[in-house]
Design a protein around this ligand. Structure first.
Ligand code: FES
Length: 104
């Protein structure tokens, strides 16, 4: 499927994501600026932070306690924040839009 990544610096990059693949993996594979995935998806870096808005955010598993903990340590976190290493692609998410949040 295709996911539209809204870049922190402005503009947009469309990425191809295979079903079952995480958004972080697909975004790092396709060099989306601002998605580093430093910890490899182990929920310890938060360099994969994105904002996921309605209607998509209701279509995925809600964040685990570990994910919430890590996000709450990021000053840029909002109710729409997710770690993209915890979001797996599925057919219903085709065409989804995500906003990249720069890690600082
Ligand atoms: Fe490190 Fe997602 S890749 S928390």
């Amino acid at each position: 499927g295709t996911v539209h990544m809204k870049l922190a610096a402005g503009g947009e990059q469309d990425i191809d994501v295979t079903d079952g693949e995480t958004i972080m993996r697909a975004a790092t594979r396709q060099s989306v600026p601002g998605i580093e995935g430093e910890c490899g998806g182990e929920m310890s870096c938060a360099t994969c932070h994105v904002y996921m808005h309605a209607p998509w955010k209701e279509m995925v598993r809600s964040a685990s306690e570990d994910e919430e903990d890590l996000l709450s340590a990021d000053d840029n976190a909002t109710d729409d924040s997710r770690l993209s290493c915890q979001i797996k692609m599925k057919p219903e998410l085709d065409g989804m839009e995500l906003h990249v949040v720069n890690f600082d």
